[in-house]
Design a protein around this ligand. Structure first.
Ligand code: NDP
Length: 293
């Protein structure tokens, strides 16, 4: 029987734990964790993502600051924003919402974020520590997927995990975390990308299949092994005349056809998305406590 990996419910459980931790801090006279988000330009998806993060802060009792800058901001001006946030002792962690406008080099900006405040886990120092299994901030999406597997009690030991996508924010860190010596972890991992030959041959061998490519309904039922755990990271906007907005969000997996074959599957929405935000909140609390140590 297929079971739903409910990211919404799991994220609410994590938020309840965070709220409790904040209340305990306040009782001890400690500050509220404080997350800042930098939003450049008017990209509606970016605005929506940042909005979700700010709302999550309010739900768990964190302070939040939204720094909005116009599309025309220069790279140097944006770097100054980052330096100011690095120097601001009240801000425990911050994120720079991607993508940035074309005239700005994302990597230069991400590398300007102090690793101790890099709650997105995108700085090379944190990425390198993750690869070496050292304590660090993990990128929120793969971290959320690991929590989801853990809290659902899914045994990953010795399983074959196949990851579709090798981006530095999802596919690559997901592969590193699943192959770690730990629980969840200890998977044998295959990473597929746009040059992979006979992709379905790989996916059909997956005990755990993580789809993170950004193509609606790309993973079809014939690509999935009976009993697989399927994690759908994709967020794709597709036309839907029955909706007022004329569109709806869907994942990289053809959910209706694939779900009956799975032991577990994440829905979209309500799967990986809320777990990503909950993980960012966990990293922010961690940054706050690290700063006090
Ligand atoms: P990227 O565009 O950075 O990476 C996509 C990856 O998929 C690349 O490695 C690419 O290969 C690979 N790919 C593309 N087409 C194919 C194909 N036909 N066959 C095999 N591999 C392919 O995307 P992200 O990793 O940033 O995001 C992936 C998806 O996850 C998107 O839909 C995004 O919106 C969503 N997302 C969701 C989050 C959440 O919280 N739920 C958070 C972050 C992302 P190559 O490297 O060769 O180009």
């Amino acid at each position: 029987m297929t079971q739903i990996l409910d990211g919404k419910a799991t994220s609410l459980a994590i938020e309840a734990e965070l709220t409790e931790a904040v209340n305990a801090r306040l009782e001890r006279g400690l500050k509220r964790p404080h997350l800042a988000a930098v939003l450049v330009g008017e990209n509606p998806a970016s605005r929506a993502y940042v909005g979700h993060k700010v709302k999550a802060c309010a739900r768990v009792g964190f302070e939040s600051t939204l720094v909005e800058k116009p599309e025309t901001i220069s790279q140097e001006e944006l770097l100054q924003v980052v330096r100011d946030l690095n120097a601001n002792a009240d801000i425990d962690g911050f994120i720079v919402q991607l993508p940035l406008p074309d005239h700005i080099d994302d990597q230069v900006v991400l590398e300007a974020v102090h690793p101790a405040k890099d709650v997105d886990g995108f700085h090379p120092v944190n990425a390198g520590k993750m690869a070496l299994d050292l304590p660090c901030f993990l990128p929120a999406t793969p971290m959320g997927i690991m929590s989801l597997l853990h809290r659902a009690g899914i045994d990953t030991q010795g399983k074959h995990a196949v990851i579709l996508g090798r981006s530095s924010i999802v596919g690559t860190p997901m592969a590193l975390l699943l192959r770690r010596n730990g629980a969840p972890g200890n998977c044998t991992v295959t990473v597929c990308h746009s040059r992979t030959k006979d992709l379905a041959e790989h996916t059909r061998r997956a005990d755990i299949l993580v789809a993170a490519i950004g193509r609606a309904h790309f993973v079809t039922a014939d690509m999935v092994k009976e009993g697989a755990v399927v994690i759908d990271v994709g967020i794709n906007r597709i036309p839907d005349a029955s909706r007022k907005s004329g569109a709806r969000l869907t994942g990289d997996v053809d959910y209706e056809a694939v779900a009956p074959k799975c032991s577990w599957i994440t829905p979209v929405p309500g799967g990986v998305g809320p777990m990503t935000i909950a993980s960012l909140m966990q990293n922010t609390l961690q940054a706050c406590t690290n700063a006090e140590a």
